[in-house]
Design a binder for this molecule. Structure first.
Ligand SMILES: C[S@@+](CC[C@H](N)C(=O)[O-])C[C@H]1O[C@@H](n2cnc3c(N)ncnc32)[C@H](O)[C@@H]1O
Length: 506
């Protein structure tokens, strides 16, 4: 936990309000794209902002600021680090910040407030963020090309969602197809990018986003730091997505997106296209904080590892956050006793290959899905390397209340418990939760053992925990949003009590 604690310390000392100047304001145009330092925004599973900031610090050496808008972090990087940013495991979507206003003064009347947003467009420092967008587009094209020629998978496709997951499967296993791009970073002409970027509708930015296209403005503005693009035969296609939170706005998200989008269209002479766009401009408004950005991901980066989905498959980014929360150490034995499709142990095996991961479930279909997901990944590695790969992971059918494991043999338990909604029932949880916690207490090593448990049935969980209070001590709680449900992730520390000395309290 020390890493997370350290990050908390660093972050608590940084306030967004410290940055009085909007980020990216009036930067001088850089001579080479390689020299750019840009601010990246990332959406992360709500509640795991500090964990994500910790990962950014560890892997990129950048300190993050956590937005007032829950579920977002911001950090600066030299543009040469762009490929590494895409390899972060705790982030869902990425964007490059055009400008950030900490205290945007919205006018009271709707017309005036919208006019201000419209007027903003021509004053923004678009040049560097657009350079980053172009570089990023080149990276994605290389990656797609690499995947097409090398990454053909024969894994079973069950749904379109499965297909996306398969394409992204265990991307950390793949060689870096993009590392060389920045070596010869030449920024492409805009028109060369406008038809080759395969974009899909995606909806992972955050709740309640709305996007609108509008207007055929003809005015041209030449202020701001960005020269208007020359009119080409094929203008870039774009859309504006507005995420708005707060109740002090006189306008709706779609109205903001529409008017801001109209101004973007006028300024750049781009063509609005809601579904087949090249550039996605983001307008994030949270009370008086306004962040304008350009999306760098077409779909959420949580779509990885899983090809065989179940009814409650966990996002890989959340699985990563839970695993990181328990600070895995080399040689740790980490189990998920209620693994479903295996999202947690599979992410664990990819990111902590020095640990041993054991996945189990009492439902035969769940075990089959986990086995299929593991095997899809192994096949991908085999296709790539031509060798017979192995991963430090196994799966087994078992009852989490009666595990075939020795007392005190496990270091860490990480699991996503049945909420009692789609899986099981609230009534069953009253028996399941205390029995599970007791069994986890038995198998975990006294004093050093830990458990990271996700549940939405908090009342039942806390009651169950009180019954096994001699075994487990609640150390941290993180509040998360899982598919719109308000859930909690509990970090428990195993007490020093020997299991043999414990008597159940029920
Ligand atoms: C919320 S789901 C886990 C989803 C999983 N994290 C995933 O990504 O697919 C809970 C799982 O607990 C399993 N389960 C319920 N009772 C169990 C028990 N007594 N022993 C083992 N597994 C159990 C269910 O079959 C279900 O797969």
């Amino acid at each position: 936990m020390s890493g997370v604690d350290d990050a908390t310390g660093v972050l608590s000392g940084v306030s967004l309000d410290d940055a009085c100047k909007p980020l990216g304001e009036n930067k001088e145009a850089s001579t080479s794209p390689k020299d750019l330092v840009v601010t990246i925004g990332a959406t992360v599973p709500t509640g795991f902002e500090v964990t994500a900031a910790d990962e950014v610090q560890e892997k990129l050496g950048s300190t993050s600021r956590i937005s007032k808008d829950r579920g977002k972090i911001y950090f600066e990087i030299p543009v040469t680090n762009l490929p590494q940013v895409h390899k972060l495991r705790s982030v869902d979507n990425l964007f490059v910040v055009v400008q950030k206003f900490n205290d945007f003064q919205f006018q009271e009347s709707k017309e005036e407030a919208l006019k201000d947003l419209e007027d903003l467009v021509k004053t923004l420092p678009w040049t560097d963020p657009l350079e980053v967008w172009k570089l990023n587009t080149n990276l994605k094209k290389r990656k797609t090309k690499w995947k097409k020629s090398n990454g053909q998978s024969n894994a079973k496709k069950e749904t379109p969602e499965d297909a996306r997951g398969e394409e992204e499967a265990l991307s950390s296993e793949l060689p870096d197809p993009v590392a060389s791009v920045l070596e010869s970073a030449e920024v492409q002409d805009p028109e060369s990018t406008n038809e080759t970027v395969p974009l899909e509708e995606e909806d992972d930015q955050s709740d309640g986003k709305e996007e609108v296209e509008e207007s055929n403005g003809e005015n041209q503005h030449e202020s701001g730091d960005c020269e208007k693009q020359d009119m080409k035969d094929e203008p870039l296609k774009f859309r504006v997505t507005c995420n708005r939170a707060g109740d002090n706005h006189s306008f709706k998200s779609n109205e903001a997106a529409r008017d801001f989008g109209g101004a973007v269209q006028d300024f750049f002479q781009w063509k609005a296209d809601m579904t087949n766009f090249d550039v996605e401009v983001l307008l994030n408004i949270h009370n008086n904080e306004v962040v304008v950005g350009i999306a760098l991901t077409e779909e959420s980066l949580h779509r990885r590892n899983i090809t065989h989905f179940g009814p409650t498959t966990l996002r890989s980014t959340l699985a990563y956050g839970m695993l990181r929360f328990c600070d895995p150490q080399p040689a740790d034995i980490i189990i998920d006793p209620m693994c479903g499709t295996g999202a947690i142990p599979i992410e664990g095996a990819a990111e902590w290959p020095n640990c041993y991961h054991l996945a189990g479930d009492n439902h035969s279909l769940a075990v089959k899905r986990t086995a299929n997901n593991i095997s899809s990944i192994l096949k991908q590695i085999q296709n790539k390397e031509g060798t017979c790969p192995s991963k430090p992971i196994d799966c087994i059918q078992w009852d989490s209340c009666n595990l075939p494991l020795r007392t005190g043999s496990v270091d860490v338990v990480v699991t996503d418990m049945p909420f009692g909604k789609r899986i099981g029932s609230k009534k069953k949880n009253w028996d399941l939760y205390p029995a599970c916690l007791m069994e986890m207490g038995r198998i975990c090593k006294p004093r050093t053992g830990r458990a990271v448990l996700l549940t939405q049935d908090r009342k039942c969980f806390l009651k169950a925990l009180s019954k096994v209070g001699h075994l487990w001590r609640k150390s941290h709680t993180i509040w998360v949003n899982v598919g719109g449900l308000h859930a909690a992730v509990y970090l428990l520390k195993r007490s020093a009590e020997l299991f043999e000395n414990i008597r159940p309290q029920w």
